[in-house]
Write a protein that binds this ligand. Sequence first.
Ligand code: CMC
Length: 429
Amino acid sequence: MSEAAKLSVNGKEIELPILVGTENEVGLDISKLRASTGCITLDEGYVNTGSTASAITFLDGEEGVLRYRGYPIEQLAEHADFIEIAHLLMHGELPTQTQLTEMQSTMRFERTIPPAIVKLIASFPQQAHPMAIVMAAVAGLSAHHLERIDPADPKQVAEASARLLAEMPTIAAYAYRRTTGQDFVEPTKDLDYCRNFLHMMFSQPDKPLEIADELAEALDMLLIVHADHEQNCSTSTVRMVGSSDANLYASISAGVAALWGPLHGGANEACVNMLEMIHADGGDVAKYVEMARKKENNFRLMGFGHRVYKSYDPRAKIVEAACKKVLAKLKIEDPIFPIAQELERVAVTDQYFIDRNLYPNVDFYSGVLYRAMGIPSNMFTVLFAMGRLPGWLAHWIEMRTSPEKRICRPRQIYTGETERNFVPIEKRS
Ligand code: CMC
């Protein structure tokens, strides 16, 4: 491949350096474009825009490949646990036994959240969406961990990120207890990351929770498959907010906000709501595929389609296989699982979906497992946030430590009025 692309604009020819990543993906470096031509690029939704170079996650949407730091997601989901994955994403390598023991110890001993944040969560109305509570609680930590908010101090950043990982399940479980009107259950250091989370969610004072191994393992796997996905909407938000030198908690809280939307992390909740609707409507999946085809209906198959994957999302395959295994093992019959499978079968053979390369994504089956754990649908996106946290942290740290770091500040093509004179109020029509 030649070393530069040529661009001719306004009668002037310039060369744009060609960058090639380690997996041979190719990008044009346009960083000197405006200075040399006066032009900027326009790319609504950043469909063609690389916002950064990153060494964390590789995604090949055509081939359905996802790797964290070079390791295929299938291997990680089968052999690793979430804490190892967090270490891998944030530090670049799988932990040694000593590193893992140290990290597990932080995860066990730093689970308690500041009393003022407990009060903040308790002050929310019961009707609040748990994502609103999580967003506020994470932002609130920046007021209560003043000793950890300097983004320029690597020691503070390391402490803030490790401890936020430990605190997040507590915030998430408390958000659930608040929105279900139940007293909080304090974290225990006697249980691992996922079991402690389920304990805080579901234990009752007179009845400690018995947690089936299959469910704790399924939860760990779900956190792993959600842990990173390169420059998605929430991760890009975290990087963008952090680029202004905002502190880590403020940046992560912004990521939670971006994740909440139904086109991003909110799709898992919307997907289960859709599957329940299809079930209540007699299970006629073809009717809903037909509805999704017609634009005037303003209806999309939730959990279907992806900006980057133009083939099957590898995470959806892993999650579907786990659904089959866990439901069979625990003898759970959930009517929405066969509906989801049938919906997939009908949609992927439908010409509309074939033409647009629309396949199930990670959100399509995850709700089936969350439901098996007894987690209500308004908590699904919170679980996504818990899983995505190490990815957000890894990207924030990568952005902060990059020698190329600059404030993210896109430009625009202005399409409004040209200059005009102020009109006094009595003369306005
Ligand atoms: N159902 C029906 N039609 C769809 C769907 C869908 N789920 N997704 C895309 N399309 C159509 C869309 O109408 C458009 O058709 P046309 O070319 O005729 O106008 C075409 O496919 C391309 O769609 P797009 O909206 O331009 O694609 P995008 O890359 O901007 O959006 C997406 C990607 C994920 C937002 C979109 O596929 C979608 O809305 N899916 C449903 C929500 C969802 O499941 N989101 C979770 C994404 S995975 C987890 C995560 O990373 O957050």
